[in-house]
Design a protein around this ligand. Structure first.
Ligand code: ASP
Ligand code: MG
Length: 457
């Protein structure tokens, strides 16, 4: 069997769901289980209305709910023939009435708990999965709707619940295997689950990829397909470099290094359950299904190119911390990191010398408070408008003279920080923000002008 996960934009309207049906039909011999996100932007809207209700703004919440209701009704009308439409419209109506009831309750109490937030948020995937299942049936696919809350068992850490794998795997096998044996196509919502006691939970924003990986790992899928709206992962950002090329195959570790720069596609950590079981994960474009996409594998195949990708991130600030009068004493780094931790500012790149430390951060709001705190223990300077450039590739491990080649290429450039070795597969450095397009173009030309056809399209 395989898992086919359709993200929000791949089920955003009737046209998208129709395309998804055609894509699934092609894969029927592979016995797909379909996992869907809420229609695009629906989760955002649900969270907004929950928040409004929690603040006692009942009318605002109901207004948002009315908008969603209409969108789902319209989509259903376009997808289903009259007979089915009448029955299913009634079912949708009941769901939206229940949602409104819930919102009125939240508004009356004037308090929104994480547990209630999950209940509201769950409507996105509940509705999309039922709608997709009906639409598939109407298109001759033997779809069977499965309520994910009966399979994905989680702890009670609402809004970011963790799956209890033993129970979940058992439930998934129990529920899905008989359907697959009868050549049915299970259709289930991502993102949602429930506690042992049956309370609805969600597993974190963007969690449908995680759901797909959990299902695939539980059933020993031959592949997991993440259907989205791009052709896959690219050698670099095409905004900087129009000749960026598609990466055919990338290792999990490489994809994880790149996630920080372009998490738009998918965060590899969410597919870890699949990778641990050696199940390949494909990123595919539902608007261009003929494109073979990007395959993420546990181990990278040999690649003749030194790098798989170049990523860049702007809006970086360097924080230079110098220990006053003393060399880096025992505990100095600890106290610096603690200050960052207190202000919840994540650190990206670090480089140290005997007497100072440079760190990069990508958020600016917390800087004044952090600065005041750091000033108590050290001399601190800030430099804004910097950028991180990162080169990633498994071949870095065994390539000598690599830094020389990269920086030789950039010999006229002011490089502010360098970091290599932390992961063995990435070389990271910090430059001025305005240098990014030029640097990325030069490096791309140098390292990607000849491409290993097994790895790049
Ligand atoms: N609909 C959820 C979200 O927007 C889960 C997902 O789409 O992955 O976060
Ligand atoms: Mg997503």
């Amino acid at each position: 069997m395989i898992v086919m996960k359709f993200g929000g934009t791949s089920v955003e309207d009737a046209k998208a769901i129709d395309r998804a049906a055609s894509i699934v039909r092609e894969r029927l011999p592979q016995k797909p289980v379909v996992v869907v996100s809420a229609m695009a932007k629906v989760t955002d809207t649900l969270l907004k209305m929950a928040k409004a209700a929690g603040e006692g703004k009942r009318d605002a919440a109901m207004e948002l709910s009315r908008g969603l209701r209409e969108r789902h009704y319209n989509c259903t009308g376009e997808l289903l023939g009259t007979g089915v439409f009448t029955r299913f419209h009634g079912e949708l109506e009941a769901e939206f009435d229940a949602l409104d009831e819930l919102l009125r309750g939240i508004a009356a109490v004037g308090e929104l708990t994480p547990r209630t937030t999950d209940l509201v948020a769950s409507y996105g995937e509940l509705l999309s999965s039922r709608l997709v299942s009906e639409a598939f049936q109407a298109r001759g696919i033997a779809a069977a709707h499965v309520d994910s809350r009966e399979c994905i068992v989680t702890d009670a850490n609402h809004m970011k619940a963790a799956p209890l794998f033993d129970e979940t795997n058992e439930q998934l096998g129990h529920t899905l295997k008989p359907l697959l044996d009868r050549n049915q196509v299970p259709v289930m919502g991502g993102f949602i689950g429930s506690t042992r006691g049956g309370v609805t939970t969600t597993i974190g924003r963007g969690g449908s990829d995680f759901s797909a990986a959990i299902v695939g790992a539980a059933l020993g899928a031959a592949a997991i397909e993440i259907w989205t709206d791009v052709d896959g992962m690219l050698t670099t950002d095409p905004h900087f470099c129009p000749d960026a090329r598609r990466i055919r195959v990338i290792s999990f570790d490489e994809a994880a290094e790149l996630a920080y720069f372009g998490a738009k596609v998918l965060h590899p950590a969410t597919v870890l359950p699949a990778i641990q079981k050696n199940i390949p994960v494909w990123i595919l474009n539902s608007r261009n299904p003929a494109c073979e996409g990007t395959k993420i594998t546990t181990r990278a195949p040999h690649c003749r190119n030194m790098f798989k990708a170049i990523a860049a991130k702007k809006r970086i600030t360097i924080v230079n911390v110098a220990a006053p009068r003393m060399l880096l004493a025992h505990g100095f780094l600890k106290s610096i990191f603690e200050a960052f931790d207190r202000h919840r500012v994540p650190i990206d790149v670090v480089s140290t010398s005997e007497v100072s430390v440079s760190l990069t951060i990508d958020s600016n709001e917390a800087i004044p408070a952090l600065a005041a705190d750091l000033a108590k223990i050290a001399d601190v300077k800030y430099e804004g408008r910097k950028a991180i450039v990162c080169l990633v590739g498994e071949s870095l491990r065994e390539t000598p003279g690599l830094a020389a080649r990269v920086f030789g290429e950039l010999s006229d450039l002011k490089v502010r920080m360098i970091s290599q070795g932390a992961s063995e597969i990435n070389l990271t450095f910090v430059i001025e923000e305005e240098d990014v397009p030029g640097v990325v173009q030069r490096l791309h030309r140098t390292f990607f002008s000849e491409l290993d056809p097994a790895v790049f399209a």
